[in-house]
Write a protein that binds this ligand. Structure first.
Ligand code: ATP
Length: 517
């Protein structure tokens, strides 16, 4: 665990040092849970978005995109239930004055029980040969006790959340003797509801009805445009609408870097279907979305499904795809069967029909919806936390040195190729290298670098995750060949200059990922 914490700290400082992520308004000591993406960060983020967008829209004839405004008519949020129910239960510790989400405190306790059970299993695994972890989990009394206790608490929390039973949440915290992580004190306030939406005023007059909200999810922009899109693209059910955009939530506890931010970006797709088919489509999208994550080379052991214990007011089934972040398995993406709740609500509050005429059934109905919703920033963090690697390699003098390398999947890497003349003060070399650079930058993101010794330049490119370095040396001037160095294997290959663009394109094009879907 200490190692993982250490790794997380290193990722945060590396992200800052190499222009990936900066704290927002840093010169004013930052703004809590708000971050800016730097020059490499924005490239990586754009590539993640592009991969998602292509996988969703380009690869599906029946999915189209939109880009709806952040501001929406305030009735939107009444209809969606956000005004009345988009709350988190909060609790304050009277001694430390720190504020927490009551459910997160209880979940933290449950995580500890899970850790204890896992430790028992790990210990036993070392003792026995041919160890069957699943069998041990279901039979060992101590592990069973931890697991059952955790399930009991989960059940009780789920019921309390569904019924907004704040008193029971407080009771759970007291019964479990949960202490404030900051002060160790158990001196808690009552649990209160806290609405997560940011509001502001539209127009010059601050009248009561001029309150509008910054959207807390992108989904509603899709719902209110459902018929506009269906009619203009002449789509038939089933069809989907995809959108990437900012969302805002006034999170109570905003820690863990870009995992939980107050301003973040979502990549969402709402799939409109005939009522009664939702469970089939729900399973379909669960599988498809998992495949998308795996296509990036993420090992299966780092991803898992997690069924929701308490369903949101709009859902009849919901699952998270969790990723094993440096702080444990946490939600990366949500897949929800949202029924016809949203469209029905919008139809009722707007008084406008949101029905679809199904020519096959010769009937009109409000479609059901299956949603896939992945946080772009959490995706970014999952890529960074898998990419950050420290390796021991011999330096120029043959002594052990640490190489820090970001092993970002090549098609997502901010810079695909660096062009490096072997030495900087030889004009023939720098001219040739610049010539190659100007050719290659027409095909993908490139950098030309002639500062410092070649070894240092390689390290710099490793640290920003550039998958290929092209080195121009004296032989190049004679045989028109360059060396391509592979970031991950460190293998060097001599190739003719006219082949470089094709070789690197093949390995860095998003197509190489799309082919795996
Ligand atoms: P959590 O339980 O972690 O608060 P959620 O269940 O409220 O998340 P959804 O409403 O399902 O999240 O949003 C869909 C996706 O948007 C999430 O899977 C996550 O990747 C992303 N997301 C949600 N809230 C945030 C946030 N505060 N910062 C960054 N990403 C977020």
């Amino acid at each position: 665990m200490a190692n993982q914490e250490d790794l997380f700290k290193k990722i945060i400082s590396h992200s800052k040092e190499y222009g990936y992520i900066f704290p927002s308004s840093e010169i004013y000591d930052g703004l809590s849970a708000v971050y800016d993406y730097g020059p490499y960060g924005v490239e990586l983020k754009n590539n993640i978005k592009q991969y998602w967008w292509k996988a969703m829209t380009q690869m599906h004839d029946n999915i189209v995109g939109i880009d709806a405004a952040i501001f929406m008519h305030p009735k939107t949020w009444k209809a969606s239930g956000h005004v009345d129910a988009f709350n988190d239960p909060m609790i304050d510790n009277k001694d430390s004055k720190k504020r927490y989400r009551a459910d997160v405190l209880i979940e933290g306790y449950m995580d500890k029980l899970e850790d204890k059970a896992n430790k028992e299993i790990e210990k036993a695994a070392k003792r026995f040969e041919n160890f069957d972890a699943e069998m041990y989990r279901s039979t060992n009394p101590r592990v069973l006790e931890y697991d059952n206790r955790r399930k009991e608490i989960a059940q009780r929390l789920a019921t309390a959340m569904t019924n907004a039973d704040l008193a029971d949440m407080k009771a759970i915290i007291e019964e479990l003797e949960i202490a404030c992580p900051e002060s160790g004190s158990r001196n808690w306030t009552e649990v209160r509801q806290f609405n997560l939406m940011f509001s502001t005023q539209i127009g010059a007059l601050a009248a009561e009805d001029s309150t509008i909200y910054l959207r807390p999810e992108t989904a509603q922009g899709i719902f209110v445009n459902f018929l506009n899109v269906q009619k203009t693209t002449r789509q038939k059910l089933p069809f989907g609408i995809a959108q990437i955009g900012k969302a805002f939530r006034n999170e109570i506890v905003a820690r863990q870097f870009i995992f939980r931010m107050r301003e973040f970006e979502q990549m969402e797709m709402q799939f409109f279907i005939a009522p009664g088919t939702e469970m089939d489509w729900y399973r379909h999208w669960k599988e498809k979305r998992m495949k998308w994550h795996l296509s990036l080379g993420t090992p299966e052991s780092m991803l898992r499904f997690h069924d929701h214990e308490n369903l949101a007011h709009y859902a009849n089934a919901a699952v998270d795809i969790q990723f094993n972040f440096p702080f444990g398995f946490k939600e990366l993406e949500g897949i929800h069967s949202r029924t016809d709740f949203d469209l029905k609500q919008h139809q009722e509050l707007s008084g406008k029909k949101l029905m679809y005429f199904d020519p096959e059934q010769n009937a009109s109905y409000i479609p059901y919806v299956v949603e896939t919703s992945v946080g772009c920033d959490r995706m970014f963090l999952s890529v960074m936390s898998q990419a950050y690697t420290e390796e021991s390699v011999p330096d120029a003098k043959g002594e052990d040195a640490t190489r820090i390398v970001l092993k970002i999947p090549a098609p997502l890497a901010p810079v695909k190729c660096a062009i490096l003349p072997l030495v900087k003060n030889k004009e023939e070399l720098t001219t040739k290298a610049r010539e190659i650079y100007h050719q290659l930058k027409m095909s993908f993101e490139c950098q030309y670098d002639d500062k410092d010794a070649i070894g240092r330049r390689y390290r710099r490119q490793d640290a920003i995750g550039t998958p290929f370095c092209v080195t121009v040396d004296f032989e190049t001037l004679e045989d028109n060949q360059v060396t391509i160095r592979d970031r991950d294997t460190l293998l060097q290959e001599r190739v003719s200059i006219d082949k470089v663009a094709a070789i690197i394109s093949e390995k860095t094009d998003l197509k190489s990922l799309l082919l795996k879907l």
